[in-house]
Ligand binder design. Structure first.
Ligand code: PXP
Length: 237
């Protein structure tokens, strides 16, 4: 099972000061050295974290593939066609949301999604659709020409109790099995962390997990002691 590491939150931290630090490409290189099989970045329409320039730099420095999360807005498609990431994941986008809150509604936006898949795939980009673990959405994704889907694990990750978690896990397993049966490559992500990843990682039909928030949050605590020590040493000098 491959791991895609989402580095959006490195850019979020940079934007908190509006400067150059921390540089998302440095984070991507460290993630790559740590074993990331791909780097994921979401170019949001409001450019709240990752900027167009970040993507050009990432494309230049990465050895692993770049997976660009993107909406189906014409302006974003244009950027994607310039950057030509190895993979593009189509996601729904609402400006007011804190993060991608639900899967893409392929049934509702069928014609547009079909056209976007054709355009991106025509320029050599592998296209994945980020959808809820819902059989109707999987069928629509297949009909629209997708060869890969990413199942939204948000409901599982945000389950209020064990009973709910089991129910959402069963749904996820059934969706993964069904999608694989449709000859789709199956990925999953959103809200996965160091506690809830085990059961999802056991689903054999899933080939790739995409994780961001938990890894960046963990990196802060794994590295904070060292960072303080280095500053203390400099002050002493
Ligand atoms: N996959 C997709 C399609 C996403 O939109 C996101 C969030 O940007 C993730 C995976 C990663 O989610 P998280 O940051 O909660 O791990």
């Amino acid at each position: 099972m491959r791991l895609g590491v989402n580095i959006d939150h490195i850019a979020t931290l940079r934007e908190a000061r509006g400067g150059l630090d921390p540089e998302p490409a440095f984070a991507a290189i460290i993630a790559e050295a740590g074993g990331a099989d791909s780097i994921v970045a979401h170019l949001r329409e409001d450019r709240r974290h990752i900027k167009d320039e970040d993507l050009f730099i990432l494309k230049k420095v990465l050895k692993v593939g770049l997976n660009l999360e993107m909406s189906i807005a014409p302006e974003i498609i244009k950027v994607a066609l310039k950057i030509k990431p190895e993979q593009a994941t189509l996601v729904p986008e609402r400006r007011a949301e804190l993060t991608t809150e639900g899967g893409l509604d392929v049934l509702l936006n069928f014609a547009r999604i079909k056209e976007v898949i054709k355009r991106l795939a025509g320029s050599g980009i592998d296209v994945s659709l980020f959808i809820d673990p819902d059989i109707r959405q999987i069928i629509a994704a297949k009909k629209a020409g997708a060869r890969m889907i990413e199942l939204h694990t948000g409901s599982y990750a945000n389950a209020k109790n064990k009973a709910q978690e089991s129910k959402f896990l069963i749904e996820l397993k059934a969706a993964a099995k069904f999608a694989k049966g449709q000859d789709l490559s199956v990925f999953a992500g959103h809200g996965l962390n160091y506690c809830n990843v085990f059961d999802v990682a056991r689903i054999k039909e899933i080939e790739e997990l995409n994780i961001g928030h938990a890894i960046i949050a963990r990196a802060l605590f794994a590295g904070l002691g060292q960072a303080v020590k280095e500053m203390k040493d400099l002050i002493k000098q």
